[in-house]
Design a protein around this ligand. Structure first.
Ligand code: FE
Length: 200
């Protein structure tokens, strides 16, 4: 475990203070959105270990897990043309684009039949932040907006997202349970952050 670089360490400290003071997700999301937007506006801090694409599919590298699992931060690395199935999160999530661009398509899940697209896909440019949660809309599909280059986004979730049981929604209807896990190996464990440092 290595010390987190700036501005990531300051982001984690500020998110921790925000979470300490919050009594619900509504107290976290506006501030979290601002903090993540400021961090992804700077693309000079993510080490290469957390930026490697895989030709077999998108990668999810755990960058930080809050000690009580109140939030986690994950680097998503999208190879050219890669994307997720339609899925939910069951907790709040913030998606900030660090490099490249992403397409996010939201869905409604009817009681019977497959998921129905809600409007058109939202194109998230570098620096953009999107919010998901069971209260603001939780079902979407995310993909690299490019088919010839890597895109990277930094995701923050209100739980240890890699351990959360959630759902994939196949086009034909129904849902399938999944647990995403993380792609880190012992070679690139998540960062440690000294939380007692002044939060200024
Ligand atoms: Fe998602």
């Amino acid at each position: 475990m290595s010390q987190a670089p700036e501005p990531f360490a300051s982001f984690v400290r500020a998110m921790t203070h925000l979470t300490d003071a919050a009594s619900s997700e509504a107290d976290i999301l506006p501030g979290g959105r601002r903090l993540l937007g400021a961090m992804v506006a700077d693309d000079n801090w993510l080490p290469e270990d957390f930026a490697w694409p895989d030709p077999a599919g998108y990668r999810q590298y755990l960058l930080y897990r809050e000690p009580r699992a109140r939030f986690s931060v994950v680097s998503f690395v999208w190879g050219p043309g890669q994307g997720t199935p339609i899925h939910d999160h069951t907790v709040w999530g913030l998606v900030g684009v660090l490099r490249g661009a992403e397409l996010s398509q939201r869905f409604h899940v009817p009681d019977a039949g497959g998921p129905v697209a809600l409007g058109r896909a939202n194109r998230l440019a570098t620096g953009a932040v999107e919010v998901v949660s069971p209260t603001v809309g939780d079902v979407h599909r995310v993909a690299n907006a490019y088919d010839d280059r890597v895109s990277i986004s930094i995701h923050v979730y209100g739980a240890d997202i890699g351990a959360v049981q959630r759902w994939v929604y196949p086009p034909e209807g129904g849902r399938k349970a999944f647990v995403s896990g993380y792609d880190n190996t012992a070679a690139n464990p998540p960062f440690s952050v000294e939380l007692t440092e002044s939060a200024a």
